[in-house]
Design a protein around this ligand. Structure first.
Ligand code: AMP
Ligand code: MG
Length: 386
């Protein structure tokens, strides 16, 4: 499949993503065994002590553990991180807020003049289109009409609030039950699907391009939004010399950064899809990594004995039935790890591992029959739960 987007690339991917080393992933991060507490708890004046906080941003729970040489600097970083996420949501990513670029792009659908992309959006969409091509169309950010039809974002909002409330009580496991859920009809799905397809996007010019979104098409950046935010958080960390180490968790995305004061590795737990209050194992990571998990337990509705989750198969326009419960991707780059986890979930172990390999990423699958499959390189970092 060839993209219909044809232009000279002004930015090499390396150039763009060299600033994008962050993490994304499992719904529960284990920070060396530390517990999460609501509100900030800094311990200034006691050498390197973690600042821990739990907040809500971008429709999900944000948990931060930040080490700095003084507690004030860690708290200040945490505050700046929340301000950054609020700005990204408001100005760039959220399709719900008229003020955002994603919303303006969606409003431009069908307009003859198209819309001039910002440089960041240009790069983000370029990465998404490459993933679409390499995943043979499984990963597709133009599925907005189908996602709206299933009302996925309403489930997300609800589960985020639930997560936040539970996190406040020290329990980040959650389930999502939605009142008023309705399975769309086949006709509705077919009609919405006809409006989608990354292959129908057109651009003109370069760095940044003008995008022509076909009538009725809507972007849904839910599969990469948090990874993109992680890239920005990583840049903020790099600009914060007082911060010596951090674990930032944003929904299914986790970024580890720097060092733990005790010299040990960062530990990121991988949620057990069969019991989301537990983990199946732990990734032990040194320094900066991104861990991104896509799972059918993250946002879902159960109706008539069936689970409807938020990862859609572009071929059917319905939640993917692919024998996978969770896919976790480990790599340096946040945006790509987020996108790849979604793509790997859809593709399953064989194709998913091949795709991850193209990006130098490692991947772990939890399958519907309970088996765990890991790429060869992932075995170096993974310790299963004893
Ligand atoms: P994630 O949790 O990162 O796997 O992202 C899932 C989100 O991505 C969903 O809530 C939708 O907003 C969006 N999405 C669903 N299906 C797809 C797909 N096939 N390709 C790209 N994005 C998708
Ligand atoms: Mg994703």
């Amino acid at each position: 499949m060839k993209w219909k987007i044809k232009r000279k690339k002004r930015f090499g991917k390396k150039e763009f993503f060299s600033r994008a080393a962050f993490g994304v992933a499992a719904a529960a991060a284990l920070c060396g065994g530390c517990g999460w507490r609501q509100g900030g708890t800094g311990e200034p004046g006691q050498g390197i002590a973690p600042w821990r906080s739990t907040d809500v941003a971008m429709g999900t729970v944000v948990q931060q553990t930040v080490y700095a040489e003084d507690g004030g600097a860690a708290e200040e970083f945490s505050r700046q991180a929340m301000a950054l996420l609020a700005r990204l949501e408001r100005e760039e990513i959220s399709w719900r807020l008229d003020s955002s670029e994603a919303a303006r792009i969606n409003v431009s659908a069908g307009r003859e003049e198209g819309i001039l992309l910002s440089e960041d959006m240009d790069r983000l969409l370029e990465a998404c289109l490459e993933l679409w091509e390499r995943s043979e169309g499984a990963f597709d950010v133009t599925l907005g009409p189908v996602a709206r039809l299933w009302d996925i974002d309403r489930w997300a909002a609800s589960s985020a609030a639930q997560k936040a409330a539970q996190a406040e009580e020290g329990d980040v496991s959650q389930s999502a039950q939605e009142a008023g859920f309705r399975v769309p009809s086949e006709e509705e799905i077919a009609k919405a699907l006809r409006l989608c397809g990354s292959g129908r996007l057109r651009t003109e010019g370069q760095g940044p391009a003008r995008l022509y979104l076909p009538e009725g098409m809507q972007l849904d950046l839910g599969a990469v939004g948090k990874g993109y935010a992680m890239s920005k958080l990583y840049a903020l960390l790099e600009e914060s010399p007082a911060v010596t180490g951090a674990v930032l968790s944003l929904g299914g995305s986790i970024l580890t950064y720097g060092d733990r004061p005790d010299g040990g590795p960062w530990r990121v737990g991988i949620v057990d899809p069969f019991d989301t209050s537990a983990s199946i194992g732990t990734l032990e990571l040194e320094g900066q990594w991104c861990v991104s998990t896509s799972g059918d337990y993250e946002r879902y509705v159960e109706a008539e004995g069936r689970r409807y989750h938020h990862i859609l198969d572009p071929k059917t326009g319905a939640p993917a039935v692919c024998g996978v419960r969770g896919a976790t991707v480990l790599m340096k780059d946040g945006l790509l790890s987020d996108g790849l986890s979604t793509a790997c979930f859809l593709l399953g172990p064989e194709k998913g591992m091949a795709l991850a390999g193209q990006y130098g990423a490692e991947v772990l699958f939890v399958l519907a029959d309970g088996r765990v499959e890991l790429s060869e390189g992932m075995k170096r970092y993974y310790a299963s739960q004893p």
